[in-house]
Design a protein around this ligand. Sequence first.
Ligand code: NDP
Length: 420
Amino acid sequence: MAKIVIIGCGGVASVAIQKCAGKADVFTEICIASRTVGKCDALKAKLEEQGTKAVITTAEVNADDVEELIGLLKKEQPKAVLNLALPYQDLTIMEACLACGVDYIDTANYEPEDTEDPAWRAAYEKRCKEEGFTAYFDYSWQWAYRERFEQAGITALLGSGFDPGVTSVFSAYALKHYFDEIHTIDIMDCNGGDHGYPFATNFNPEINLREVSANGSYWEDGHWVETEPMEIKREYDFAQVGKKDMYLLHHEEIESLAKNIPGIKRIRFFMTFGQSYLTHMKCLENVGMLRTDTVTFEGKEIVPIQFLKALLPDPASLGSRTVGKTNIGCIFTGVKDGEEKSVYIYNVCDHQECYRELGSQAISYTTGVPAMIGAMLVMDGTWKKPGVFTVEEFDPDPFMDALNKYGLPWVVEENPVLVD
Ligand code: NDP
């Protein structure tokens, strides 16, 4: 049907690209473009060996450079760009899409690489005061593109991963089929996988560690409530995984769901962590290894968290070693026909099954599959409208059907055990 440019060739991208290559009726041509073109070439060779029907090309691109991106898009003439680089590149890629009239899809909202940049810092501090949460990432930067995308007649689909992404689609689906009004949403991300290393992160360490070491927050009665990092802890017995400790974090879908789910009273996000992970992280933080500013070391400028990334196992390499399952989903409470009710929608994903299918672990898999589905729905016109949207703003049914079809089947449980 059309060509897509996929930017990035890391853990998440390699899943999404393999899934797109298996769907050549929609993605007839795929250009894999990233900073390290060798990784793109290796994946192209693997796909061709497997006999993909899609035409695969590769390109080297620095996605921090708008002009370079425009050059790539002018040459490739794609229908859409799937951004699976880092959140740092969201705005440059959106700019290039605008300049070339190309649809845009991503999985994570914008976050600056340099949090000391004075212009960004001023906007950030104003937002902290006005909105009441201190996370470095938020939707305001990308929502600011709404009018320009509308005028250009192109679509930006933001946050089409698992969380955000599937969790937001679950919310739209619950509202459409199970509730007249949803009052509370508890999003619960449980990883019961074990990779056997004392410490490793399941996706990009820099992004992961920044997220986890930040203040927590939740939405209640029309405003944000901020907590210390890991201040709120609960235990939950997850289907097919078992009992796990989970901690309240700030998470980006809370921001958009608070705007898009009418009548919502509270939204919380919990993620499971083992004690060993938390102890390692606290120690790294205490010694300064999570710092994101520049430090001079033996005459060279280094950013500690980037140096740490170089020492930790590459998330893309964890697949073969990781055993166990993830269970990610949402518990909703609200009313239907005047009656109070509760519903839990979740997916269970097995790390080893993901590895056998695509050579990846379940965290990359559960993000890469919805990224492919979001791109497919924009490309085939099902989710195509001018402007900038998060996934819960579209009809959830085609996305939910596609989850069942492409490897992330879901379960609906009525009257689940609630989180206090
Ligand atoms: P990786 O670090 O494994 O991959 C990132 C890729 O982007 C690498 O190929 C990297 O190139 C490339 N890249 C980085 N900077 C640039 C640049 N300036 N120009 C071109 N390419 C660049 O990350 P993940 O695959 O783990 O994560 C990808 C995205 O998915 C992130 O935005 C992350 O936040 C998001 N995510 C979303 C989730 C969700 O559920 N919504 C869950 C997990 C992740 P190189 O190979 O040279 O390093």
